[in-house]
Ligand binder design. Structure first.
Ligand SMILES: *[C@@H]1O[C@H](CO)[C@@H](O)[C@H](O)[C@H]1NC(C)=O
Ligand SMILES: *[C@@H]1O[C@H](CO)[C@@H](O)[C@H](O)[C@H]1NC(C)=O
Length: 627
């Protein structure tokens, strides 16, 4: 027993390291391996509606180019609240890192998506702030003015008027260490700043940088005797967020000074400091450090309500026991100025976020927080009850910021469809459809169609609800020339695939024992009655289709199909070719037992010789042709 247990443990360990079942795989999008989520709901009733917007990355810096084949794993992804994939933008951005991926409601008349495309590994591209429409097409691709360096990954914040965005900026310059009492010495210094950018012209309409505004003494990252560095130099403030209020002033977060600053939009002076080494300008009832993502929730006159992530620790130090998202109220019109906590949301697992993260107040006042490492996210009620936590199944990936938004995605690309026919002779052929539609939200069900040839009318062969990113459907008979249509919850069709041909196995090598050496596709119009059911007439059996009169056998087929679907779900996670082989094996098994059950009481397909002057597929489908 003990040894078995140990062996199992060992095997599990090995599997955990070497398996790829922490990634999704799809028949319709074989190049995509999206990251899976493990999800726990404490109170599903109270979570806000919406999709998760996340951008998994493996490495925070761009990867070296490789000539090895890579499946699409990183970049922008939308998931539903069950962790089903809704959109992968990984192919669109070629597996590059994307950050700050979210919905913006201030640009144009419809919701859009904004994101930061990270600079390229070889610096051939310096990164962009990008805006996509609901079709996932690029509305704006905004470079940073070249002298401001690469587009920084922390923040691309499209402002409320939809005309400009603020972005964080990192610049480097050589400075004297006079402020640290070492006037003869020089170091390179990374200054943190921000730029406000016009979304139509990419012009910088306002810029600010920390050097000469934030003295070296405010950093907690360097000491007066720290060793000077060459470029890019001391990252002494580490700006990681910027927001702007209606008054035109900017709120910035500097992680390496543990301080939030309000910067005047008129002349760039620091209006106030919250937190920091000298305890800032406020009397306050809380501490915070290494904070992220400071955003105005309200700001009028001297009163500001601000949300931010207080990760309370960094690679070097921990100042508090647990990271938290905070909503604070700042009053700068009193003497002394005051700041107090309105809400505090502690990390549900009671630990510290050591990297990145963000906090988003949802329209119903729930708080949605990304704790970053491992893709850990959670949603709280406004009173602070934990409603949901989730994290990537794989520890290999992280995510900087995660958001939750309602969104309607309508890709211009059609649904992706694959269909294959399986069977061992003419009596037991089935056509299996797989369909997905990357980025289309609100699909309730799928309609499946087949047609006799490219030019014939599509015949409805069945429908099924959509439960996951990819849906599988099994129809009786060998159906070629197929299409699949998306239907919303009101029953309206809103998108249809291209016409696809059904792939078939190497019949000879796969155990085919049929009457003809190669099975021929059906004319679906002679078999399917238009509501998805099958004609139980002489005509149908003449056409080579098995009779459906045998109720027990039909029930058996249903049962077998359910088993097959379950098996498909299970083995799909294994992924790739192996899954397909397994699937085929299981399928042949089921079909074989079905045939046994049915006692082979079926009519065979007729052999149809080629007709002169008709395209081959069409000729194959002419019903009622005798030898
Ligand atoms: C905060 O994040 C930074 C980096 O993003 C990290 O270095 C630091 O350890 C984290 N701690 C907190 C509390 O954020
Ligand atoms: C399939 O279509 C029929 C007829 O339109 C409809 O009544 C049924 O609800 C649909 N089934 C699914 C799963 O959508």
């Amino acid at each position: 027993m003990f040894w078995t247990g140990l062996l199992l443990l060992f095997l599990q360990h090995v599997v955990a390291w070497h398996s790829d079942d922490d990634l999704m795989s799809f028949v319709t999008l074989p190049d995509v391996r999206a990251v899976k989520f493990d999800i726990t709901y404490q109170d599903r009733e109270r979570v806000a509606p919406g999709y998760w917007f996340v951008s998994p990355y493996l490495h925070i810096e761009p990867d070296e180019p490789t000539s090895l084949y890579e499946q699409y794993q990183v970049g922008p992804h939308i998931y539903d609240q069950d962790g089903h994939l809704v959109w992968t933008g990984s192919p669109m951005f070629d597996n590059r890192n994307v950050f700050d991926f979210k919905v913006i409601n201030s640009f144009g008349n419809e919701p859009h998506i904004s994101l930061i495309l990270q600079y390229a590994n070889d610096d051939s591209e310096r990164g962009f702030g990008m805006i996509l429409d609901k079709n996932y097409e690029v509305s704006r691709k905004i470079p940073l003015r070249p002298d401001l360096g690469a587009f920084d990954i922390h923040e691309f914040n499209v402002l409320k008027d939809g005309k400009t965005a603020v972005a964080t900026v990192y610049l480097t310059e050589e400075i004297s260490l006079a402020e640290f009492g070492r006037p003869e010495e020089q170091t390179w210094l990374e200054t943190g700043g921000f730029a406000e950018i016009d979304l139509n012209t990419a012009e910088v309409t306002y810029e600010w940088r920390s050097y000469n505004q934030i003295p070296l003494q405010e950093t907690v990252h360097y000491l007066p005797d720290s060793v000077p560095e060459g470029p890019p130099g001391w990252d002494y403030v580490h700006i990681n967020s910027v927001d702007k209020n209606d008054n035109g002033d900017y709120l910035i977060s500097m992680r390496f000074t543990n301080t939030l600053y309000l910067i005047s939009g008129v002349d760039g002076h620091i209006i106030w400091r919250l937190g920091g080494q000298q305890n800032g300008d406020f009397a306050q009832d809380f501490i915070f450090s290494k904070q992220h993502d400071a955003k105005f929730l309200e700001s009028s006159g001297t009163r500001h309500v601000i949300s931010f992530l207080n990760n309370a620790s960094d690679e070097e130090n921990a100042e508090e026991e647990v990271s938290s998202a905070l909503i604070i109220e700042v009053e700068s019109g009193t003497v002394p100025m005051t700041a107090r906590v309105l809400h505090r949301y502690n990390r549900p697992d009671g630990s510290l976020t050591r990297l990145r993260g963000n906090a988003q107040v949802l329209p119903n006042q729930n708080m949605f927080v990304c704790w970053s490492q491992g893709g850990y996210i959670s949603e709280f009620s406004s009173e602070g009850d934990t409603l949901m936590s989730a994290q990537f199944t794989s520890p290999r990936y992280s995510n900087y910021r995660a958001y939750k938004f309602e969104f309607t995605g309508r890709p211009h690309t059609p649904p992706d469809v694959v269909s294959s026919v399986f069977g061992t002779d003419e009596t037991n052929l089935v056509t299996t459809f797989w369909v997905s539609w990357n980025g289309a939200t609100d699909i309730a069900s799928w309609n499946f169609y087949a047609q006799a040839s490219q030019f014939d009318k599509p015949v409805f062969v069945g429908n099924t609800s959509k439960v996951d990113f990819e849906t599988m459907f099994i129809a009786k008979g060998y159906l070629d020339w197929i299409t699949v249509e998306a239907v919303d919850r009101d029953g309206n069709a809103f998108g249809i695939s291209a016409v696809h041909r059904t792939t078939f196995p190497s019949w000879e090598a796969s155990g085919w024992t049929g009457y003809s050496s190669t099975p021929r596709p059906l004319n679906p119009a002679t078999i399917y009655q238009g509501d998805g059911s099958i004609l139980a007439t002489e005509k149908a059996s003449e056409d080579g289709f098995f009779s459906v009169a045998d109720g027990t056998a039909d029930a058996q087929l249903k049962k077998a199909t359910v088993t097959l679907m379950n098996t498909y779900e299970t083995i799909r996670s294994i992924g790739g070719l192996f899954a397909l082989i397994l699937l085929l094996a299981v399928m042949s098994g089921i079909l074989a037992s079905y045939m046994l059950l049915r006692g082979w009481r079926v009519r065979l397909y007729q052999r149809a010789p080629l007709e002169e002057g008709l395209p081959e597929e069409e000729a194959q489908l002419r019903p009622g042709m005798d030898d």
